[in-house]
Design a protein around this ligand. Structure first.
Ligand code: PEP
Ligand code: MG
Length: 656
């Protein structure tokens, strides 16, 4: 018995929807299969189902054979046809795929053996004993089993799988686990429980292979299948399969993986990559610094490091091998410099910096609760730039007066499919709630072809920074944009949500957005979904936006100057190209005059003018910006207290 249908599950049968589908299928006694393009797989294996790479709007056939075949087909077709059923928010990138794209976007620069350079992913200085975390490869015993040994070996294998599942269940039960980590571990657990890995391994054991060899072979075969699928995110699941296979083998061998739990106080963690499984169990409070071969500024480890104030240099590539035998490591998370076994002078230099930073931190702590005011009583809002809910705590600890830039890219990059409206609404609402009554400014998706994300096909472009990115892409993909706008309207009920558009170059972009916002609000009203209006602002980060600032100011509630992009576009100097780094200078008179023009236009129209580019946190420039009329400065949490101190000093000098 079979029935065909068009899949309406959002973004297809990716990880969690596949797991849900399997759970449903397993509830029936009948054999159930899913057929796509002539390929038939068991509907009771989430791995096999994922490998079928079923996408939204494709035709599939559900086939069932057994006593409850009718009910099974009914239920499974119902799931596939109900678009809501596929919206899953727990998905996270697989372990082992933490930000490799970001690393590729920001390649490590080769350095001398004693002074390597990687991506400066979390600021601060650190020096300490090296803790090398390079788990060894596991080899099978390569022993042929006697027939009478097979049953015992299968029992041993099943016990090992059960132990791994139990370990993952215990990890999932921890209250302290972030939503992201929970999603990653849940995905690993699904693989550990899946018939593909266990079935394939048992088949090999029955064929006379020892359990460890069987698991290695089975995991490699399944991982190779994942690697062969034409889908970037499914490819990355190969690492999940290897990670699970490794855990099972370790139990079989009676070995423990090198555990991060034994890391000494203040040690520098050195690894090629740190999987989510390790990270979720690592004693972060004890780690002095992190150096990794993989990863970049937006990878999972970078976010965790920043939110815990751990200096980190990532994306070292093969240079990481030079650190395998290091005894002591010094790292500069501001410039991306890593020094192996530093000499006495370097050691003294770093120890001095670490000490100075600690002293500065202690001295600045009193500014956490300060509301900086100018001599005339005007409050200057010092807000935080963050990109995930994990960073809220660090921002609050620093004393952030709200969020001046919530970069939503990470939300899209972390998942294996486009994030659903529900998931986005929950995220924005959690952000709003955390900082109320301070405002939180959420920036709509600012992404282009240089950072691919699941669910959006970017064209190959000669100049991605001048291409289809930010508001341009969003307006061309109203399906994606409206989902984000609807989520923002829903979260706006909290009263402190503001929204800003990136890369605006034409007033039409703001007007088109307003039309979409109105459409979304009307839809939500018709659906009876609670929502509220939000203030709409724009980032001023293109020369065009500066030149039309007076007109823009009449159409929006606020400006936020993005000096990172504004500098690169005004100076025509790629912000990632070290060869033209000298030109990439916000203090160049051309850029400063663009900032001044923007401020003038905003002030004249009576709207708020803020800044969320890196320059906002520079103590040497803050007074100039405030004199131009800026009243909000948003920066990395680490700069907040210093900025508040600078403003207070300015006020003490009597500046208005
Ligand atoms: C900017 O361009 O200044 C900015 C804040 O945005 P991003 O760095 O995310 O491009
Ligand atoms: Mg920008």
């Amino acid at each position: 018995m079979e029935r065909s249908t068009i899949v309406r599950v959002h973004e297809g049968l990716h990880a969690r929807p596949a797991t849900r589908f399997v759970k449903l299928a397993k509830g029936f006694e009948s054999d159930v299969e899913l057929v796509k393009d002539g390929k038939v797989v068991s509907a009771k294996s989430s791995v096999k189902l994922m490998l079928l790479a079923v996408k939204e709007n494709q035709e599939v056939t559900v086939r069932a054979n057994g006593a409850d075949a009718i009910e099974a087909i009914e239920a499974l077709i119902g799931y596939l046809e109900n678009p809501k059923a596929g919206l899953d928010d727990e998905d996270s990138p697989p372990a082992g795929n933490t930000g490799q794209d970001a690393a590729a976007a920001l390649p490590a620069v080769a350095g001398a053996t004693t002074g390597l350079r990687g991506v400066a992913a979390s600021e601060g200085f650190a020096i300490g004993p090296a803790f090398a975390h390079f788990p060894p490869d596991i080899a099978g015993q390569g022993r042929r089993l006697q027939v009478e040994e097979v049953a015992g070996e299968i029992d041993r294998f099943r016990a090992a799988v059960a132990a791994v599942q139990a370990r993952m269940d215990r990890a999932l039960a921890q209250d302290s686990l972030s939503a992201g980590d929970r999603g990653i571990i849940a995905a690993l657990r699904d693989i550990a429980a899946d018939d593909s890995l266990t079935g394939e391994s048992e088949g090999l054991i029955k064929g006379g292979n020892d359990a460890v060899s069987a698991v290695i072979t089975a995991a490699s075969t399944i991982a190779a299948d994942f690697s062969a699928v034409d889908d970037h995110y499914l490819n990355a699941r190969a690492d999940d399969v290897h990670a699970v296979g490794r855990q099972i083998c370790l139990v079989l061998l009676g070995q423990d993986d090198i555990s991060l739990e034994t890391i000494a106080e203040g040690a520098i963690l050195i690894a090629d990559d740190i999987g989510a499984w390790d990270l979720a169990r690592a004693p972060l409070k004890r780690i002095g610094g992190v150096v990794c071969g993989h990863g970049g500024a937006t990878s999972h480890i970078a976010i965790i490091a920043r939110s815990h104030g751990i200096p980190a240099v990532l994306g070292l590539g093969d240079q990481i091998n030079a650190l395998r035998t290091a005894r002591e490591v010094a790292l500069d998370g501001n410039s991306g410099r890593v020094i192996i076994d530093p000499d006495a002078a370097t050691r003294a230099e770093f120890a001095g910096r670490v000490e100075a930073a600690a002293q500065e931190r202690a001295g600045l702590a009193i500014f956490k609760t300060v509301t900086p005011k100018l001599a005339g009583g005007k409050v200057i809002e010092v807000a935080a730039n963050i990109g995930s809910l994990e960073e809220i705590e660090a921002a609050q600890e620093a004393g952030a007066m709200g969020v001046g830039l919530f970069r939503t890219e990470l939300l899209f990059m972390r998942h294996m499919h486009l994030p659903s409206e529900d998931m986005q609404a929950e995220t924005y609402a959690a952000l709003a709630k955390a900082f109320a009554p301070y405002p939180v400014i959420v920036r709509t998706l600012d992404i282009g072809g240089d950072k691919p994300i699941a669910g959006i096909e970017f064209p190959d472009e000669e100049n991605p920074f001048l291409g289809w990115r930010g508001i341009r892409m969003c307006l061309d993909r109203p399906d994606i944009f409206k989902r984000q706008l609807r989520a923002l309207l829903r979260a706006a009920g909290h009263g402190n949500v503001k929204v800003m558009l990136p890369m605006v170059a034409d007033i039409g972009e703001v007007r088109q957005t307003r039309v979409l916002v109105a459409e979304c609000a009307a839809e939500l009203k018709a659906e009876g979904v609670p929502h509220a209006a939000f203030d709409l602002g724009v980032m001023i980060e293109t020369p065009a936006a500066v030149l039309i600032a007076p007109a823009l100011a009449n159409e929006v509630a606020f400006f936020s100057i993005g000096t990172n992009d504004l500098t690169q576009y005004i100076m025509a100097a790629d912000r990632l190209n070290p060869t033209v780094a000298k030109l990439n200078d916000v203090t160049n008179p051309a850029v400063m005059s663009a900032i001044e023009m923007t401020a003038k236009a905003g002030v004249a129209a009576g709207i708020m003018v803020g800044m969320c580019g890196e320059a906002a946190g520079r103590p040497d420039l803050i007074a100039t910006f405030i004199k131009m009329g800026l009243t909000e400065l948003s920066m990395s949490p680490a700069s907040i207290q210093r900025a508040k101190k600078t403003i207070m000093a300015m006020a003490a000098e009597g500046a208005a």
